[in-house]
Design a binder for this molecule. Structure first.
Ligand code: SF4
Length: 302
């Protein structure tokens, strides 16, 4: 029998067969996200997606859903919105959700671009072992980041947040996600991010390449018109359409991700790809959602 859940739902990456993480739940305290990243895919299924608004009756709905979900389950915050999207600074909904989840024995993986996560360090510290944090850093080049992720906090602040979390004993992964061809795919950029991840004390690097959808491609092409013809060729002529989005050619993606994997290994970082075919690049036992960094996680085949 299928149980009915309102806001804490089984995570479903559109049934993409390239998603190999163990089962988990997902929870978005906000509908939409204010960071406005050009490559973001949520605009393809959330109306007015760059205008974040709190979910009505969220805390009550979370409590009700959790009555139906086994303790110890992993909940991802969040997959369709940054849980520390700008209104969170005033509203504190993610903070309340974190408290509810962790105090009731659930395990949480946070994915964010915001140092605001440090505001909740008191909660994270109390629940060490049950929480891991992923900070997305696509480039350390401030100007490029400002163009690609116009309303997101600057990368230096994210790296500093990673450092402070790691110092507090919270496992941290850096997401080099996505790598955008001709903008962030050069070896120097990748090496800079991986170096910074290692230096900050992260334990894992997650990497993926940009996948084109109609709306995110339109934003990128408008912001970088000189790159648009190159992307058109790479994605729509040489690439492939798979599961609702365009992938760059396999040879291109393999080369870029192999370089990232090698850079991570040089620093002793665990490495995982996200929704790419090259599973042989993954550190055995590691998952791109970092759930393996939580106490008590077992893999799909365990
Ligand atoms: S932070 Fe994530 S959810 Fe928010 S706009 Fe950027 S890519 Fe989209």
């Amino acid at each position: 029998m299928r149980i009915s859940l309102s806001v804490v739902r089984p995570f479903d990456p559109w049934q993409n067969p390239l998603c190999t993480c163990p089962f988990k739940y997902g929870l978005n305290p906000y509908t939409g996200c204010g960071h406005g990243c050009l490559y973001c895919y949520i605009t393809s299924y959330i109306p007015d997606a760059f205008n974040p608004r709190p979910k009505e009756g969220l805390l009550e709905k979370v409590r009700k859903d959790l009555e139906k979900i086994p303790r110890g389950a992993v909940v991802a915050l969040s997959n369709s919105s940054d849980p520390y999207t700008p209104p969170e600074a005033q509203l504190g909904l993610t903070r309340r959700v974190l408290q509810i989840l962790l105090e009731r024995g659930y395990r949480v993986v946070i994915t964010t671009k915001s140092p605001l996560v440090l505001r909740d360090l008191d909660i994270l510290r109390r629940h060490r072992g049950s929480v891991a944090v992923q900070l997305t850093v696509t480039t350390l080049r401030e100007e490029l980041a400002a163009a690609l992720e116009p309303k997101a906090p600057r990368p230096a602040g994210r790296v500093e947040a990673a450092r402070r979390l790691a110092e507090a004993g919270i496992p941290v992964a850096i997401r080099l996600d996505p790598i955008v061809p001709y903008l962030t795919d050069d070896e120097e950029n990748i090496a800079e991010v991986v170096d910074a991840a290692a230096e900050a004390g992260a334990v894992q690097l997650v990497a993926s390449t940009y996948k084109a959808k109609r709306d995110n491609f339109a934003r990128l092409a408008a912001a970088f018109p000189d790159k648009a013809p190159l992307w058109r060729r790479l994605y729509f002529q040489e690439g492939k359409y798979f599961h609702g989005q365009w992938y760059a050619p396999e040879s291109y993606r393999r080369k870029v991700l192999e370089f990232a994997a090698e850079a991570a290994r040089k620093h002793g970082l665990q490495f995982t790809i996200c929704r790419e075919e090259f599973l042989q690049l993954n550190t055995p036992g590691a998952y791109c959602d970092s759930s393996h960094l939580l106490n008590g996680t077992r893999g799909k085949g365990d």
